[in-house]
Each structure stands twice: as structure tokens, then as C-alpha cells.
Design a protein around this ligand. Structure first.
Ligand SMILES: [Zn+2]
Length: 224
């Protein structure tokens, strides 16, 4: 109890978006961010091979900065708050739930360099909240250049083509799959992952991400 109190004093919980110290009654997000940061509303466009998709926030401002800290500055603890908030949204939007929960993996090389797969951590956090397991269904078999350096939809699509291979398809054959990703920009990555899962026998694939841009040209794209 005393140790916990000292821990709280030394490492106070901070808002995952603006990093202000949270008050006692606040969790994950401060009141200000809960008020100011707009939730991602219904997607304006469909993404090939996805039955539907959703996200928690728009990919800009403090959301973008938060995700960059999560991916590149070792803030792996953000998986908890992201996962809790995303799971709440999924429960509201998809009351029927899913049969299996999985994620778009990063390459082994990138995972080795970063020390963690940020999307796998997110999938585990969402799975905990939904009382499911995060099941690996894909491996990345080609270390493609980051999507961030590539402009143009056809080019982004080509860059992710055949980067994934399905593993143990008997685990998801005929099932409704929830595919977790961190950011959806053009949707090319999620679309390619869904294509591979459907080809391997999945009944349908829905993608959920922490953030998405509904206008692929405007925002700085995903860098994986
Ligand atoms: Zn905040």
C-alpha cells in the first residue's frame, strides 16, 4: 500500500494524449482531452476486403503525437489505455462480437529493433477487455519499406502486396475476424491483411484501429 502510494507520487498516471497528470478520479484520459478530442465517427469510405472498419480517434494533433511516442519512444504502456478505450467502442458498435481477435504484425526485423510489436500489444490489451485471446493469424514475410515514404494509392497498395502469410488457418476458417491495427491511413495495409485472411478461409474481417484518417491525402501516413 505504502509502496503503491510512493509509486504514484514518483510516477503519476498521465493522460495518454496530452501527458498532463491525471486527477484521482480520471483514468487513461484527462477531462480536457475527453471533451476536446473528437471520436472517430462512421468511416466515409469502404476499404477493399474489409466487411467494416472503425477507429477511436482521428489521426492528427495530440493523437498523432501520442501514437508516435507509442511506436517510436518506447511508451508501450499506452497499449493499456488505447486497448480499454477501443474495446469500449467495439462493445458499443459491434454488440454481436467476433469469433477471433488478431492483428497486423510488424516484421521480425522491425520487432527486433523496436523490442516490441506495438500492434500485438494493442491486440492483447483489447483482447483482455473483451475477454478474448489475441491469436496470431498472420506473419510478415517481406520487410517492405515504411508506407510513410510512399505516396499514391496504387504505390501504397503495391508496397504491401504479399507481405503477409496466414498461419494456422484452421483456427479462423469460417470465422468472423476482428483485425487490430494501430493506424489506418490509406487502408492498404489492413486491406492486404484482410485479403490474405479471406483467401485462407476467414468468413469476414473487420478492422479496428486506435486512429484513422478519413482523408488519406491530408495526414502524414502511417510509418511501420
Ligand atoms: Zn489529456
Amino acid at each position: 500500500m505504502i509502496l503503491q502510494r510512493i509509486g504514484e507520487l514518483l510516477f503519476p498516471s498521465k493522460c495518454v494524449l496530452c501527458r498532463s497528470v491525471l486527477a484521482k478520479e480520471e483514468a487513461d484520459l484527462c477531462h480536457e482531452c475527453r471533451k476536446e478530442i473528437s471520436d472517430f465517427s462512421k468511416p466515409k469510405r469502404s476499404i477493399p476486403f474489409l466487411a467494416s472498419w472503425t477507429a477511436l480517434w482521428y489521426y492528427n494533433g495530440s493523437v498523432r503525437k501520442s501514437l508516435l511516442r507509442y511506436k517510436f519512444s518506447g511508451r508501450r504502456s499506452y497499449a493499456g489505455p488505447y486497448g480499454r478505450l477501443l474495446a469500449m467502442k467495439l462493445l458499443r458498435e459491434y454488440p454481436m462480437g467476433f469469433d477471433i481477435l488478431t492483428w497486423t504484425p510488424i516484421s521480425r526485423l522491425r520487432r527486433f529493433k523496436r523490442g516490441y510489436d506495438q500492434v500485438e500489444l494493442l491486440a492483447q490489451a483489447v483482447a483482455r477487455e473483451l475477454d478474448m485471446e489475441a491469436t496470431q493469424t498472420l506473419v510478415k514475410i517481406r520487410n517492405n519499406p515504411p508506407q510513410s515514404g510512399i505516396t499514391g494509392h496504387a504505390e501504397r497498395r503495391a508496397n504491401v502486396l504479399c507481405v503477409y502469410r496466414a498461419v494456422e488457418p484452421e483456427r479462423f476458417r469460417g470465422k468472423r475476424v476482428l483485425l487490430l491495427d494501430d493506424i489506418i491511413t490509406s487502408g492498404a495495409t489492413a486491406s492486404e491483411a484482410a485479403r490474405v485472411l479471406l483467401t485462407a478461409g476467414a468468413a469476414e474481417v473487420t478492422c479496428a484501429a486506435v486512429a484513422a484518417s478519413d482523408n488519406e491525402q491530408k495526414n502524414k501516413p502511417n510509418s511501420r
